[in-house]
Design a protein around this ligand. Structure first.
Ligand SMILES: Nc1ccn([C@@H]2O[C@H](COP(=O)(O)O)[C@@H](O)[C@H]2O)c(=O)n1
Ligand SMILES: C[C@@]1(CO)OP(=O)(O)OP(=O)(O)OC[C@H]1O
Length: 161
């Protein structure tokens, strides 16, 4: 008998640079710096995508959307999330819940967490209560603490369709 649940974890980090918008969880957050990347560099959505792909045994985001492919230059990561989730569903899985932490010394994520959860819930066809967004500073330590980048860690649970 096959097991009806699978868990996956995702991690991503992007550098903070001047002259880029800061987009996290599909929310454009006013800030002095934004995240660098081939796509819109949405660190949270990339970690969510990897957690879902990982749980389904489908590899990682770079395998499906290579950062060498001009098709994904400046890509909206919500589109990538929806396309990855379609592959997860095709493999016979649906998401049950997502628990995420954004590791950012600044800016404050809390005021935007509900909007991020709403975006992810909409893209996965879930109730917003199934998406939990947390945030932590890095207590000033290391590259995250020096505000050189922002990271995200995510756990996702899948159930059979
Ligand atoms: N970028 C962030 C970081 C933290 N928060 C909120 O502050 C709380 C305390 O964070 P510490 O890193 O000092 O433990 C945390 O639990 C979050 O609620 C935030 O909103 N944005
Ligand atoms: C999203 C992709 C594709 O545009 O590029 P980036 O925005 O650089 O993001 P990253 O998390 O480094 O890797 C996944 C990529 O393949």
């Amino acid at each position: 008998m096959s097991i009806p649940f699978r868990v996956g974890q995702g991690f991503d980090v992007h550098a903070l640079v001047e002259g880029r918008p800061l987009i996290i969880g599909g929310v454009n957050i006013p800030h002095t710096h934004g995240l660098a990347g081939h796509s819109d560099a949405d660190v949270l959505l990339h970690a969510v995508t990897d957690a879902l792909l990982g749980a389904a045994g489908l590899g990682d985001i770079g395998r499906h959307f290579p950062d060498t492919d001009p098709a994904f230059k400046g890509a909206d990561s919500r589109r990538l999330l929806r396309e990855a989730y379609a592959k997860v569903a095709q493999a016979g899985w649906k998401a049950v819940n997502i628990d995420a932490t954004v590791h950012a010394q600044a800016p404050k994520i809390g005021p935007h967490a509900a909007a991020m959860a709403s975006n992810i819930a909409a893209d996965l066809g879930l109730e917003q209560s199934a998406i939990n967004i947390k945030a932590k500073t890095n207590e000033g330590l290391g590259h995250l603490g020096r505000k050189e980048g922002i990271a995200a860690t995510v756990v996702a649970l899948l159930a059979t369709l």
